[in-house]
Design a protein around this ligand. Structure first.
Ligand SMILES: N[C@@H](CCC(=O)N[C@@H](CS)C(=O)NCC(=O)O)C(=O)O
Length: 282
């Protein structure tokens, strides 16, 4: 459980830091970012928001660009930002395309050679990292919320629907809601999970809801209408339809003019922190 500290900085009265550790699940050194609010300095354990970034990003991106830290500080929330894929797995060609391999781990455990040895971000996120952060940081492991952007939005929805007892609250920005039916998901799932689509349903939020998975709290989704990936990769109407049919509480908000970038996230991040706070501090 030893952590290596790469840098730490005072921010919004708390501390933001970037760390690495030897991951059992990944079999490699893994990096993550964390914000610990000042409230935790008095020995109090605080709720944590886990934030999952999208394709091409890393463990720094969400903390740096979303503007979340100021709002987390006000609420007394920690923020934990995992990386978006293993690093150093040595899979041939893993850096060749931006939507597969490096920075494109899709928050799942690969079952296919050559990915399966190290591409285990699913178990890393659902088990190893929460255990680690609740052990070495003043975090209350019973009050964890999960949010993400794009590929990270997919990760947030899937993990929260599969483990609502661990992830007590969930929200997403421009998530890939139905990866089994869009090019990003089809490419990644074929490589990581194999061509047999029957194994994909457990990794697709729309299909999870259709097959009976539920989250007890409202799922908040924000989506920009000028997002360049809206119709090809994201299609929030798919999960909205599934949620309506299933009776899953969900709020899908469409925002005219906003694109896929962190400028969009920055514009609505406060609402997401408020959404999580209403559940985690109830
Ligand atoms: N590289 C892609 C875009 C990738 C992209 O937009 N990634 C999103 C997540 S899916 C992101 O947040 N990128 C980092 C950033 O905007 O800072 C392209 O050329 O179209």
């Amino acid at each position: 459980m030893a952590l290596t500290t790469h840098s730490e900085h005072i921010c919004a009265g708390g501390r933001v830091g970037f760390y690495s550790h030897q991951s059992d699940q990944l079999g490699l050194v893994a990096r993550f970012g964390a914000f610990i609010p000042s409230r935790a300095q008095s020995g109090q354990r605080v709720p944590a928001l886990y934030v999952l970034a999208g394709l091409t990003c890393n463990h720094e991106t969400f903390l740096t660009k979303s503007g979340i830290i100021r709002f987390a500080a006000e609420r007394g929330f920690a923020v934990i930002a995992p990386d978006t894929s293993p690093r150093g797995a040595g899979v041939a060609g893993e850096g060749d395309s931006w939507d597969l391999g490096l920075a494109a781990g899709f928050y799942l455990d690969a079952t296919q050679t050559p990915w399966r040895a190290h591409y285990r971000m699913g178990s890393y996120l659902s088990r190893e990292l929460p255990e680690l952060t609740s052990t070495v940081m003043p975090i209350d492991g019973e009050r964890l919320g999960l949010m993400g952007h794009s590929m990270g939005g997919h990760g947030a929805l899937v993990h929260a629907l599969r483990a609502p007892g661990l992830w007590k609250s969930v929200s997403a920005f421009a998530p890939i809601v139905h990866p089994a039916a869009v090019p990003w998901g089809e490419k990644a799932f074929t490589a990581y999970l194999g061509a047999n689509r029957s194994g994909w349903a457990d990794h697709d939020a729309t299909l999870l809801i259709a097959s009976g998975h539920r989250h007890p709290h409202t799922i908040l989704i924000d989506q920009g209408v000028a997002d360049q990936f809206l119709d090809t990769q994201l299609r929030p109407q798919e999960i909205e339809k599934a949620a309506q049919l299933a009776g899953q509480p969900m709020s899908v908000r469409l925002h005219e003019g906003y694109d896929h970038s962190y400028w969009f996230i920055q514009s609505f991040i406060e609402d997401h922190v408020t959404h999580h706070a209403a559940i985690l501090t109830a």
